[in-house]
Write a new protein. Structure first.
Length: 400
């Protein structure tokens, strides 16, 4: 039975993993159908108005990988590469084998909500003679005083975000993409991340980051009336090849966890302005209650401190700046000094970085209480074109 055929039966007989699933759930499944669990059968469409991997829920595993075009590669080679990548992405996201030399690593697993998302960095346009097509929005991000950026792990001509709810499925996609690059592009940097596995909590919840906070509470929601306008370049936008696309700002932000974990719960909550247990604002209510920035305590002090991260980042304090934060946590082992090399692969999406990430980071740079406990170690800004229509490859409108 092919993996494709298994997929067809998964919807009807799929089992929930997590609280109610696990080994017992599998045993109860009809033996002949060998259905995939709901985790394995989750499928995201490759073709569409927007690329996948932007508005979908957080995935359990992720790889971020940047490539540079090789010396001999120009526009023609880049177009052929995007064509190969698009074919591979379409197949893998449908739970099928890679077009060439499939390694078999993802066999049996189903698509597991795999997404592949492709973007262009600033350097891509000079390398391919397409400078006239380079969006102004790809101008370099300004320097921030708190930056400790490693240039070797920043930027890149091409960027691929891979996410899936299964680690083998995500790794399988990473290898296929790397092999497709062939002699046209080589890996510049690569980072691995993770999130809580969907189904691990009794009901869907905002995810926690490695500091233990609920992170993502105030993200714009697809149902918001201005969601599309804030996150995606309009269909009539400039340059025309970016219609329905978005800009991704990627920051590798190390968390200084030894310092953070020494803080009392009260101090940790004051850094963010929200309760750690349930994400409620310090001004009261529950996670979804609007934060009251004016509320004071018996001593006349603001209950949400002036330096609290959730106060400083509010869109209404930043000229309406809004972004969709869709991060992965990361952990790359323990350093020689005994501290974990861990934190957030912060990925945020917006129609215009100058009206999203930049003003907010400028403000954070000037006095965010969180700054003492984090370090921005790498940075990238990528133009992510709209989704490919059936029969089209990603970026075709730029490269054809
Ligand atoms: C909100 C954590 C970095 C922008 C929050 C919240 C937490 C948090 C716990 C409150 C819950 C929520 O609304 O999601 C962190 C951590 C960071 C980090 C641990 C670094 C490791 C950043 C950066 C930016 C940013 C670099 C952008 C420059 C925002 C925004 C909000 C927010 C826009 C929502 C504000 C609102 O709409 O009211 N963050 N954050 N964060 N953060 Fe961060």
């Amino acid at each position: 039975v092919s993996r494709r055929a298994l997929l067809g039966t998964a919807g009807a007989t799929g089992l929930a993993l997590g609280a109610a699933g696990g080994a017992a759930g599998y045993a109860a499944a009809p033996a002949q159908a060998a259905p995939l669990s709901s985790v394995g059968s989750g499928r995201v469409m490759f073709h569409g108005k927007h690329q996948p991997g932007i508005t979908e829920g957080l995935q359990a595993c992720g790889h971020l990988v940047a490539f540079d075009l090789t010396a001999g590669a120009g526009r023609r080679e880049a177009a052929a590469l995007l064509r190969r990548w698009s074919v591979t992405a379409g197949r893998l996201m449908a739970g099928e084998a890679a077009p060439h030399d499939d390694t078999g690593v993802a066999r049996d697993a189903g698509p597991s909500s795999l997404t592949l998302t492709f973007g262009f960095g600033r350097g891509f346009f000079a390398r391919t003679g397409l400078e006239k097509q380079r969006p102004g929005a790809l101008d370099p991000l300004p320097d921030f005083s708190s930056d400790h950026l490693d240039r070797a792990r920043s930027d890149g001509d091409l960027w691929v975000q891979i996410g899936a709810n299964d680690a083998l499925v995500a790794f399988h996609a990473l290898r296929a993409i790397q092999k497709d690059a062939g002699s046209a592009a080589r890996v510049r940097w690569q980072m691995n991340g993770f999130n809580r596995t969907p189904g691990a909590t009794a009901h869907p919840m905002t995810a926690r980051n490695l500091m233990g906070q609920l992170d993502g509470t105030r993200n714009p929601k697809p149902a918001d009336t201005d969601f599309e306008k804030r996150i995606f370049v309009p269909a009539s936008g400039e340059p025309t090849w970016m219609a329905n696309g978005s800009y991704a700002v990627v920051r590798r932000i190390r968390m200084l966890l030894d310092d953070w974990e020494k803080l009392s719960l009260t101090a940790q909550q004051q850094v963010i302005g929200r309760r750690k247990a349930d994400g409620a604002p310090l001004s009261g209510g529950d996670e979804t209650t609007p934060m009251d920035l004016e509320k004071t305590d018996a001593d006349g002090e603001y209950v949400v401190p002036l330096t609290a991260h959730a106060r400083i980042t509010r869109p209404d304090k930043n000229g309406g700046a809004a972004m969709l934060r869709r991060p992965f946590s990361y952990h790359d082992g323990i350093g020689p000094d005994g501290t974990p090399d861990a934190g957030l692969l912060f990925v945020c999406w917006q129609a215009d970085p100058l009206r999203g990430f930049v003003p907010v980071q400028r403000k954070l740079d000037r006095g965010d209480a969180l700054s003492k406990y984090i370090r921005h170690e790498a940075s990238g800004l990528f133009a992510v074109p709209g989704g490919a229509a059936e029969g089209e490859y990603v970026g075709q409108r730029l490269l054809e």
